[in-house]
Design a protein around this ligand. Structure first.
Ligand SMILES: Nc1nc2c(ncn2[C@@H]2O[C@H](COP(=O)(O)OP(=O)(O)O)[C@@H](O)[C@H]2O)c(=O)[nH]1
Ligand SMILES: [Mg+2]
Length: 306
């Protein structure tokens, strides 16, 4: 099955940065053609860098999904924002994703200022064009381009797939020559254990509300491929308050049961094997200050005061 890798290859890292909820993870999934990064309507769903790989004839594009960039308050927020800027600094091309429905907000202006210091080609991606009128879109495009120079501007709908291939073609033309970083059938750098934890975290985010999602994390404690081919997965949901535990469990354990059922269903569809998923809930008041939890999430622990 392995074919000989062509010699005149190109390979490039493209960071997707932007405010929370701009549609970065949706775009990554659309580019890769499968779900590699979880998506919810809630801000701060993505916590660390997630790489999605697209390999064509001669080119390999490594897209880096990053946490949203916003004004950080907690230690976890700081770690996420640092990770996002880190992704931008490491890339060959930096793509700023903007939610056109929200427009040129003060938050976006701050981001444009930050991007001014990045010495890589920058491109502007106006996302969610399915939500506004064309003339508003053009005005917004002009306003942002007047603020900061971009090499190119794309108008897309990551959700509907409009314009995504034009962006991809542009990247193929602009990445440097060089060897590929990943095997050609590689879609993401996340391990199965992390992917499984992320899928459960997505279901948790969709089920519980208010401050609970931002104060919870999911870790895969053990991921075993069994003799019959099925996967046995043990996961822990860490919460920071006893009162959250009742809500996550739900009356008679209903809420945790449905989170588990939804996660299991998606994992079965993804891996095409039977899945035995066991969820445990633990209260760790200070997990947001525990370096170990950050390591599990793939984040640098930001030292200093919270
Ligand atoms: N209408 C519309 N919604 C979108 C589009 N792209 C993303 N979304 C929605 O925006 C929300 C945030 O998306 P997500 O990819 O998680 O954003 P991220 O925080 O930047 O990674 C989700 O509810 C998506 O379904 C789009 O092109 N059009
Ligand atoms: Mg995201």
């Amino acid at each position: 099955m392995t074919e000989i890798t062509p010699t005149d290859t190109s390979c490039g890292f493209i960071a997707l940065v932007g405010a929370p909820n701009a549609g970065k993870s949706t775009l990554l999934n659309s580019l890769v053609g499968t779900k590699v990064s979880i998506v919810t309507h809630k801000a701060q769903t993505t916590r660390s860098q997630v790489r999605g790989v697209v390999t064509t004839d001669k080119s390999q594009l490594v897209f880096i999904d990053t946490p949203g960039i916003f004004a950080p308050k907690r230690r976890l927020d700081r770690a996420m924002v640092d990770s996002a800027w880190g992704g931008a600094g490491d890339a060959d091309i930096v793509a700023l994703i903007v939610d056109v429905d929200r427009g040129l907000t003060p938050e976006l202006e701050k981001l444009l200022e930050g991007l001014d210091n990045i010495n890589h080609p920058r491109i502007l991606i106006l996302n969610k064009i399915d939500t506004i009128k064309n003339e508003e879109l053009l005005k917004l495009s002009e306003a942002i381009n007047a603020n900061l120079r971009f090499e190119a501007t794309f108008m897309i709908s990551a959700l509907k797939g409009y314009g995504v291939s034009d962006f991809m073609d542009w990247c193929i033309k602009h990445i440097p020559p060089g060897p590929w970083h990943f095997p050609e059938d590689h879609l993401t750098d996340l391990t199965m254990a992390i992917t499984a934890a992320e899928i459960t975290r997505e279901k948790l985010f969709l089920r519980v509300h208010d401050e609970i999602p931002y104060n919870s994390t999911v870790e895969t404690e053990s991921f075993k491929i069994q003799k019959d081919g099925s996967y046995k997965i043990d996961q822990v949901i860490y919460l920071s308050r006893e009162s959250h535990k009742k809500i996550v469990l739900g009356a008679g354990g209903q809420t945790i049961k449905s989170i588990g059922a939804e996660s299991r269903k998606e994992l079965m569809a993804m891996y095409e094997v039977p899945i035995h998923l066991f969820l445990f809930v633990k209260v760790r008041e200070k997990w947001g200050d525990d370096p170990e939890r950050y390591r599990e999430m793939g984040l640098e622990y930001p030292h200093g005061k919270d």
